[in-house]
Design a protein around this ligand. Sequence first.
Ligand code: PLP
Length: 353
Amino acid sequence: MIPERIRRLKPYKTETSRAKVRLSSNELPYPVPEHLRKRIAEEIARVPFERYPDPTASELKEVLGEFFGVREENIVLGNGSDELIYYLSAVVGDVGGIYTPVPTFPMYEISADVMGRKKVTVPLTADFDIDLESSLGLADMYSLAYFAFPNNPTGNLFSRDRIRKIRERGVFVVLDEAYYHYSGETFLEDALRREDTAVLRTLSKIGMAGLRVGVLIAKEEVAREINKVRLPFNITYPSQVIAKVMLTEGREFIEESVEKVVTERERVFRELATIEGVEPFPSRANFILFRTPYPADAVHSRMLSYGVLVRDVSYMPRLERCLRVSVGRPEENDAFLEALYRSVRDLGQRFAG
Ligand SMILES: *Cc1c(COP(=O)(O)O)cnc(C)c1O
């Protein structure tokens, strides 16, 4: 009774290997400071767990509206943006397929499979931008398009102009701005003005991955419709309470941490380029994609033996011999650079001999 498209799905896998230095999931590397933890503990102690949480999470939405500079009417909350991607794929452009450039974040394709919608995947150009000609050539086949902006795992921003040209074909475009705080680039104005554009943001990459809070921003008329399919209590009570404290009293901590990560990103990029045979790709996010001369799985396991976990993304189209590293604290980044240097040296000896 279970349809073939579901049987063919593979369970979503993340990196679970143990390692001293974990740089595989693009989390914020700085732990929440003690004074904030105390404040959160106080607030949590008051949560009446026996009650359902506020189904509209209105206090959290107010704080989020302030944080992102939008009105509450423009917001739909998800249990992570992953959940919002499911909602969008269920609701928007009912007929017609779903477009994604590849390689990109896997959830767009997974949501299309789950909802039984046709997938239109178009490989990126050699410099990881949208292949406009092929995308427009197939435009009759899709009504919804996802663009991670900046893209994961390549780290670059697609040309705005190419996204607009695809939208001009009557396609609803979703800009997944999970890394907005690291890029500073956004389609927010379009999302607030137009009925064919939505922006996704998340708290996951700015220190709150464990809370599972994703934010969809769209014109009120669009947000209202998507909100109808939202599961009623999808943001848990503790998450609502913790996110509120973090986004108000913790705002300085978040901003300072993001700034440190951006500074480190530039340093790690420069240092990567000095390792023989390693080619890093410029990034506007909190991770860096890089290519090495050797099979990525060999580099990955070698680095793990030195206590550093990164993500092997070489299974994705165009990314042969590529890995992705999240930017960590300075000492973690040093450990990463050292482990990569040694791994490349070890493998050089093995492959030469
Ligand atoms: C990490 C990431 C997300 C985050 O998803 P959450 O469910 O909010 O944790 C969304 N989109 C992209 C492109 C990402 O890289």
